[in-house]
Design a protein around this ligand. Structure first.
Ligand SMILES: C[S@@+](CC[C@H](N)C(=O)[O-])C[C@H]1O[C@@H](n2cnc3c(N)ncnc32)[C@H](O)[C@@H]1O
Length: 313
């Protein structure tokens, strides 16, 4: 693969993206421009894992904000669609895109909860960055399910997770753990909600999955592998935020353990647990048999002397 060529952007555009880096941080001066690390991580994942050269990919960037990930991806030649429920920041991104002559990038104002295979079609790679934790249940379940249907290969998720789950939510046949987080006050008007540019578009609460539950949900909807990205490093990433890559592939067929084919990990787990339970029962039964044998043998001798061992209950 040839080395990547960098596009030289003008000072105004670089300043615009630098401001985003500073906005996102919590007053730590060393964290200035830390957003560059986040963008680098996502681009490296796409370059390393996508099954086509980046200039041949179709990419969907959901809840794109000003669209830095979409712009960086479009600069590499992919066909990109970026969407967000709010237009304020997206408009700025669209202006930059126009100045850069990126006719392979389009911006659409749309609510992620309405994005379906029917409305948007299929994409090789889908970005779900900084948005899953702004959705409430059951919306997040439906969104993940819709994205599975729309994804040809990779779904890249960057999200906050719950480290101390308080709730269990039932969806279809499964239970997932996490915590509710407040996005807006109960009596906030629609206008007040829309004006909080980084928050949920309208839902009062959002739901943060635990890492275990989110990985399981991705597997349950059909993704064949789910990875967590640890490098490229993100030194300023909080402990409760992770990058996951869900890959939609073909399920493997195992020759050395054919009984695992076509059944879920949960079914395998309960089969193995049942087998263990049966083994323990069998052991207990056998140990009772040994005891009885020993008692009979001793009683045989004792009876000759006029005694006998009996259990008194
Ligand atoms: C924290 S920002 C993340 C922006 C960008 N993805 C990034 O990582 O830099 C959250 C974005 O989600 C958008 N958003 C919130 N609720 C949405 C919804 N239901 N549908 C689409 N976008 C939504 C907001 O307008 C905001 O731009």
């Amino acid at each position: 693969m040839p080395p990547e060529m960098m596009c030289a952007l003008d000072k105004d555009i670089l300043d615009f993206f630098a401001r985003k880096g500073k906005e996102g941080q919590t007053g730590d001066p060393s964290a200035k421009n830390a957003n560059g690390l986040k963008v680098r991580r996502i681009m490296q994942i796409v370059r390393d894992l996508a099954h086509k050269p980046i200039e041949e990919l179709s990419v969907l960037d959901l809840a794109c904000g000003e669209g830095v990930y979409a712009i960086e991806t479009a600069l590499r030649g992919s066909k990109v669609c970026a969407l967000d429920a709010r237009n304020q920041r997206m408009e700025q991104g669209a202006n930059i895109s126009e100045r850069l002559g990126l006719n392979n990038l389009s911006f659409v104002q749309q609510d992620i909860r309405e994005v379906t295979l029917k409305s948007q079609g299929e994409y090789d790679v889908i970005y779900l960055l900084g948005i899953l934790y702004h959705l409430d249940v059951p919306d997040s379940f439906n969104v993940i399910k819709n994205l599975y249907a729309m994804c040809r290969h990779l779904l890249i998720i960057d999200t906050h997770i719950s480290l101390s789950p308080k709730e269990e939510i039932r969806y279809e046949t499964e239970t997932y753990k996490g915590s509710k987080v407040r996005e807006h006050k109960d009596d906030d008007s629609n206008a007040a909600r829309t004006s909080k540019l980084l928050a949920s578009i309208d839902n009062t609460f959002s739901f943060l999955f635990t890492k275990e539950s989110l990985v399981r949900l991705l597997r349950d909807v059909g993704f064949t592998t789910v990875f967590e990205c640890h490098a490229p490093l993100e030194p300023f990433k909080p402990r409760n935020r992770i990058t996951l890559i869900a890959c939609k592939g073909l399920p493997v067929q195992i020759s050395t353990y054919p009984w695992v084919n076509g059944i879920t990990e949960k079914e395998i787990e309960s089969l193995i647990e049942n087998e263990e339970r049966l083994k323990i029962k069998e052991k207990l039964r056998n140990s009772k048999g040994v005891k009885q044998y020993a008692t009979n043998a001793v009683n045989g001798i004792l009876r000759l002397l006029g005694y006998e061992i009996r259990r008194i209950v």
